[in-house]
Design a binder for this molecule. Structure first.
Ligand code: PLP
Length: 388
């Protein structure tokens, strides 16, 4: 980490891994177009096909089922569409049922019209309400087309893990298609598309230590596929035209190889640091609310509310202490909006919450400095209920 600053915003973007950086640099010097038949072109084609195998291996999929995109947002817009094909036969999707805590990349509904998108509520614990999902799918009008369900595996704000295998059973029993945003799960949980029961997974390079500007839509099979979002020269078997971003794809694959190794061991070390930080936070401010602490979470995330401290004020206060964290998810304007995740969990979102997200480069010394910054910020806040 540079200088004396502490980077604790890994869920926004993970630092570029050395392996990914090296892979990007060597891909930059390859001159061909991967669609060209000459030796230069074939070298790029080999790079991309090897990368496809690496990304497939990260989620237990077949290489042929990986479609490279410019990121998770594009992958979501590719798959969230009423227009599918089953082989050569058109297949209509009638409605999208998306959980209330999805990232905007999914929540916006892709190519579905807004009135064809329906929200699946979550419980106060931040878990998709399975009974509500059953009821929504039972009431689904199949004459409109098949139901599509989108639920993320790990929430980017809270780190809460969703019961995807159970959700998949419900979706299957109702003849639906399941799309799982695995952006925050990749490299943090072992991923296996078959075991999850997902029909499609969405991945992003920059969340796993690869460069920004690459991602993938991973399908369970190859037969049922969405209509292309970008048409043109037919790259990616016609699913995503445009000359492949070989530099970003090479970095993405290098990151996928790296984070796919020893997930359990790496995450238990990270979780131990996170738990140490949470204990120090509770010792410094007994009234701190740590969202999702009682349910299954990934080990790198802490999402908390300090009564009497507004999220945007807290974010600046931590920044001044040299700690980069975020108030919920980063939005393009840099503004702190109210968290739709807290709202969905039934928590008053006005005060907001702060997110600390760490990774394998985080050190015990940084955790101590972050805990000290937290104690300072907590001590300085206006006492809850006291007038300004
Ligand atoms: N899904 C989740 C859960 C995310 O956290 C993000 C990024 O914040 C995205 C999707 C969008 O990813 P990308 O930046 O690759 O478009």
């Amino acid at each position: 980490m540079s200088g004396s600053r502490i980077y604790m915003d890994w869920n926004a973007t993970a630092p570029l891994l050395t392996e990914a950086r090296e892979a990007c640099l060597s891909a930059l010097d390859l001159v061909g177009n991967p669609s060209s038949v000459h030796g230069e072109g074939r070298a790029l084609r080999t790079l991309i096909e090897n990368a496809r195998r690496d990304v497939a291996a990260l989620c237990g999929a077949k290489a042929a089922s990986v479609i490279f995109t410019s990121g998770a947002t594009e992958a979501a817009n590719l798959v969230l569409t009423p227009d599918f094909r089953m082989g050569r036969t058109p297949l209509k999707i009638g409605r999208l049922y998306a959980s209330a805590i999805e990232h905007p990349a999914v929540r916006e509904g892709g190519r579905f019209s807004h009135d064809a998108v329906c929200e699946i509520p979550v419980t106060p614990a931040g878990i998709v309400d399975l009974q509500a999902l059953r009821e929504l799918l039972t009431a689904h009008d199949r004459q409109l087309g098949l139901p599509m369900v989108a639920v993320m595996l790990v929430n980017n704000e809270t780190g809460i893990i969703q019961p995807i295998a159970e959700i998949a059973e419900i979706v299957r029993a109702n003849g639906g298609i399941l799309v799982v945003d695995a952006v925050q799960a990749a490299g943090r949980l072992p991923l296996a598309i078959e075991e999850l029961g997902a029909d499609f997974l969405i991945l992003s390079s920059h969340k796993i230590g690869g460069p920004k500007g690459a991602g993938a839509l991973v399908a369970r099979g190859e037969v049922m596929m969405p209509a292309p979002l970008i048409r043109g020269g037919g790259q990616e078997k016609g699913h995503r035209s445009g000359t492949e971003n070989s530099v970003a794809i090479a970095g993405f694959a290098a990151a996928a190889r790296k984070v796919g190794e020893g997930v359990g061991q790496r995450m238990s070390m990270i979780a131990a640091l996170r738990d140490k930080l949470e204990n120090a936070m509770l010792a410094a401010a007994a009234d701190v609310v740590i969202h999702g602490r009682d349910v299954s979470r990934v080990g790198n995330t802490t999402f908390f509310t300090l009564p009497g401290l507004k999220a945007e004020t807290g974010q600046i206060a931590f920044d001044l202490e040299g700690v980069a964290l975020s108030a919920g998810s980063a939005c393009s304007s840099g503004k702190v909006g109210q968290s739709h995740v807290l709202t969905a969990m039934g928590y008053d979102p006005r005060q907001g919450a702060l997110r600390i997200s760490i990774g394998e480069l985080t050190t015990a010394a940084e955790i101590e400095r972050c805990a000290a910054a937290f104690a300072k910020v907590a001590a300085r806040r206006r006492a809850p209920g006291r007038a300004a």
